[in-house]
Write a protein that binds this ligand. Structure first.
Ligand SMILES: [Zn+2]
Length: 336
C-alpha cells in the first residue's frame, strides 16, 4: 500500500475558541457525555467490523467503555445511543456547526485541512472531463468547495445538521443536502459517482459496513472511495488512556461510537468490496498533548514553554506520524 506521513497544521488558526477556553470546553464535553450517557441503552457485544466477540478493555470515558477487538483491532464503545437518537443529536446539535461558522476559520480549513486531503485523493482518481463527487457527512461542505475548484468537477454533500446545511448553502454556496445516506441511495438508484468520500463519518454511525456497501453500489466501475477517519491506535488514544478525565476530543461519547485503525479499515473495506490502495497518517496529537498540559498544570498556558510547544507543533508531531501514531488517517480504495 502506498504510504504517506504528516500534514503541517496551525491549530491557532482554526481552534481559537477551544484554545481561549480549554477548561470550559473540556467541562462542556464531559457534561454533554454524562447527560447523554443516561439515555444510552444500546449495548454492543460484537465488533462492528469483523463480528468477533473477543475484545480487550481500552479506556472508559465519562461512563462509556471503549474496547479494542482482538481480531481486527477495531475500537468501539460497548454502550451507545441508538442510530435514531444519534440522528436527532446531529439534526439538533449546534455544537458541530459552531466551530466552522467564522469565515476566517473556514477559509483556513479549506486551504490547510480539506484542500490537501482533496489534492491527495485526486491524485488517485482517473482523469475525467466531467467528474462527480459525493461527500457523505459533509458538515458545511468545505470539501465540496475544494472539489469544485478542480475543472469539470461537481460535488454533492449529505449532512444531518440543519445549521451546517444552512451555513454551507448560504456562506459556501455549495450543494449540501439535509438527507441521510440511505435515503439518498434509495432515491438516486441509477446515479453513479466517480468518487464517494466519508470524512469523520464512519466512526459516528452504528453500522459502517452497511454504508460502505451502499457506497460500493453507487460508484462507477473505476470509481474511488475515500475515507478519512480518526485513528484508534494513536498517541491521542494513549493520552486518553492516561488521563480519561480530561477527554475532550477523539474517543468522545456520545457521538464517537467507534474508531478505525489501519487494520480494521482494511478489513471493513475488503468486506464491502473494495481494495485499499493508499494510506496517509497525520494528526493533531501533539497539540492535543499541549491541551492536556494546560488542564494538568496550573498557569501552564501563560508560560514560555507553552508558546514554544505551540510554535513547534508540526516538528513534534512528525515523530508521532512516523510511528503511524497520528490520530487521523486517510485511506483510498478502489472497487474490487
Ligand atoms: Zn473486529
Amino acid at each position: 500500500m502506498k504510504t504517506k506521513y504528516g500534514k503541517p497544521i496551525e491549530p491557532k488558526r482554526f481552534q481559537a475558541n477551544i484554545i481561549a477556553d480549554t477548561k470550559g470546553w473540556a467541562q462542556r464535553m464531559k457534561e454533554r457525555a454524562e447527560e447523554y450517557g443516561i439515555r444510552a441503552e444500546e449495548y454492543v457485544s460484537a465488533c462492528p467490523v469483523c463480528k468477533s466477540k473477543q475484545y480487550i478493555s481500552l479506556v472508559t470515558v465519562y461512563g462509556f467503555d471503549y474496547v479494542q477487538c482482538k481480531k481486527c483491532a477495531h475500537v468501539f464503545s460497548t454502550k451507545r445511543l441508538s442510530q435514531e437518537q444519534l440522528n436527532t443529536f446531529y439534526r439538533d446539535s449546534a455544537e458541530y456547526a459552531k466551530q466552522y461558522t467564522s469565515e476566517d476559520q473556514l477559509a483556513y480549513r479549506m486551504r490547510h485541512i480539506s484542500g490537501p486531503k482533496i489534492k491527495y485523493a485526486m491524485s488517485f482518481v482517473p482523469k475525467v472531463k466531467k467528474g462527480t463527487w459525493l461527500d457523505v457527512g459533509s458538515a458545511v461542505g468545505d470539501v465540496l468547495r475544494c472539489v469544485e475548484s478542480y475543472r469539470g468537477w461537481k460535488a454533492i454533500g449529505l449532512e444531518a445538521s440543519a445549521l451546517s446545511v444552512k451555513t454551507g448553502r448560504e456562506v459556501l454556496k455549495v450543494d449540501v443536502r439535509q438527507e441521510l445516506f440511505q435515503d439518498f441511495v434509495r432515491k438516486n438508484k441509477n446515479e453513479k459517482f466517480d468518487v464517494i468520500s466519508f470524512f469523520g463519518y464512519l466512526e459516528l454511525i452504528t453500522d459502517p459496513l452497511k454504508e460502505l456497501r451502499l457506497a460500493q453500489g453507487l460508484l462507477k466501475k473505476n470509481g474511488v472511495l475515500v475515507i478519512g477517519e480518526a485513528n484508534g491506535n494513536s498517541f491521542s488514544t494513549l493520552l486518553q488512556k492516561s488521563f480519561p478525565e480530561y477527554s475532550m476530543r477523539h474517543l468522545l461519547p456520545p457521538p464517537v461510537i467507534q474508531q478505525f485503525t489501519k487494520q480494521s479499515a482494511c478489513v471493513a473495506l475488503q468486506k464491502a468490496g473494495f481494495t485499499p490502495s493508499a494510506f496517509w497518517n497525520f494528526g493533531m496529537d501533539f497539540y492535543e498533548f499541549t491541551k492536556y498540559l494546560v488542564l494538568l498544570i496550573p498557569r501552564f498556558q501563560e508560560t514560555s514553554v507553552y508558546s514554544f510547544l505551540m510554535d513547534h507543533t508540526n516538528e513534534f508531531q512528525s515523530v508521532i506520524d512516523q510511528e503511524e501514531y497520528g490520530d487521523c488517517f486517510m485511506m483510498i480504495a478502489k472497487r474490487s
